[in-house]
Design a protein around this ligand. Structure first.
Ligand code: NAP
Length: 345
């Protein structure tokens, strides 16, 4: 591989609704000379995550928007290929915020070394990384499932939802999945051990969810919003907890809302059922819970109690198409771009 140039994908235009391939642009740039203390990373695996859709809009959020022409943000597993720092050697594998590119120069502030002997390095992008910690933190700190309770989560075959369901089961609760299509529903039941699975693409979601939750819902881990929230709301039990993790059904909406304003009925349910509804970004919990997450989920994977699924795409140039597909549910498991080795460069 040529280590003097880097390929990168930048934000070419702000999407109106669903992103198009022309909203992204592939560029080639020269890699800058390393200064003292810097290291050069070659990206092996790039993570694609729903939050990236929000960064494409020029809208206030918990992180600033990506400027037009800037590299798309993202975390990756990368190999150190040159080092001007004594703490990093050529060949070290790290988790880094490189963005969508083949190479990045790092000042090391945000790196976490990965040991392939502990777990496959790609787990650092999914079950043992940011999405996994979202499931762990949201459930432990807000959801607090108790034995015998019912926990519902959508996007259930993805890296967040799949761990929510498995941790709920390990806590003695009943786990009900909502997923898109029969294949994903069969996977979450047969491979992950969810007690029931509902296909949100079928007719009459509300009635099928009610039948799958005969004792109501005690924890609803909100990943999607939209029609799923409308089906969940009447089934929430008194004192139910709702960790609000994401609203992926709404990310491509050109204007806020789904056509029906659910806010009045939502507020009435929060009041009359004494619900706890709390939004969170996974790193809110990092100081108190990240070490326990790595220990407990790492041991669960090693012992076979926790499973995960990865969905690989080959080549950086395929990232835009794969990202657009993820927002519509075409990924099946944690979506990862194989950058180094996946394409000719
Ligand atoms: N708060 C935080 O710190 C934090 C951190 C990470 C992720 N999140 C959020 O967690 C959620 C899941 O993330 P992930 O990384 O695990 O994603 P993911 O499951 O790998 O991918 C997104 C999934 O969303 C589902 N989906 C898309 N549109 C939908 C719709 N209209 N109705 C129902 N489901 C729909 C699709 O699955 P189906 O085919 O099954 O429908 C799709 O595969 C996202 O909302 C994300 O923003 C939050």
């Amino acid at each position: 591989m040529n280590e003097s140039t880097s390929r990168q994908i930048v934000l070419a235009a702000r999407p109106q609704g669903r992103p198009k391939l022309t909203d992204f642009r592939l560029e080639e740039t020269a890699i800058q000379t390393l200064r003292a203390g810097q290291i050069l990373l070659r990206v092996q695996y790039l993570s694609l995550d729903p939050y990236m859709r929000g960064r494409m809009d020029d809208r206030e959020s918990y992180q600033p928007p990506t400027p037009l022409g800037a590299v798309m943000p993202g975390e990756s597993v990368a190999t150190v290929v040159a080092s001007h720092h004594p703490g990093y050697s050529i060949g070290d594998i790290v988790l880094a915020h490189t963005g969508w590119r083949t190479h990045a120069v790092s000042d090391r502030a945000d790196l976490r070394k990965l040991d392939p002997a502990v777990a496959p390095v790609t787990t650092g992008l999914g079950v043992l990384g940011m999405p996994g910690f979202t499931a762990y933190g949201g459930l432990r700190v807000i959801g607090k499932p108790q034995p015998g309770e019912t926990v519902v989560v959508a996007a259930a075959s993805g890296p967040v939802g799949s761990l929510v369901g498995q941790l709920a089961r390990l806590a003695g609760a009943r786990a009900v999945a909502i997923a898109g299509g029969p294949e994903k529903c069969a996977y979450v039941k047969d491979a992950l051990g969810f007690d029931a699975a509902i296909d949100h693409k079928g007719a009459d979601l509300a009635a099928r969810l009610e039948a799958a939750c005969p004792d109501g819902i005690d924890v609803y881990f909100e990943n999607v919003g939209g029609a799923v929230w409308q089906a969940v709301l009447p089934l929430l039990n008194k004192f139910a907890r709702v960790p609000v993790s994401g609203l992926v059904a709404q990310y491509n909406a050109p204007s806020p809302g789904d056509g029906i304003d659910q806010l009045p009925s939502t507020m009435r349910a929060i009041l009359s059922k004494s619900l706890t509804v709390r939004g969170f970004i996974n790193y809110d919990f990092a100081a108190d819970h990240y070490a326990a997450f790595l220990r407990e989920v790492g041991a669960g994977i090693a012992g076979g109690r926790i499973r995960y699924r990865e969905d690989f795409v080959d080549g950086l140039e395929k990232a835009p198409e794969a990202f657009i597909g993820m927002l519509e549910g075409r990924n099946f498991g944690k979506l990862i771009v194989r950058v180094d080795g996946g394409s000719k460069s």
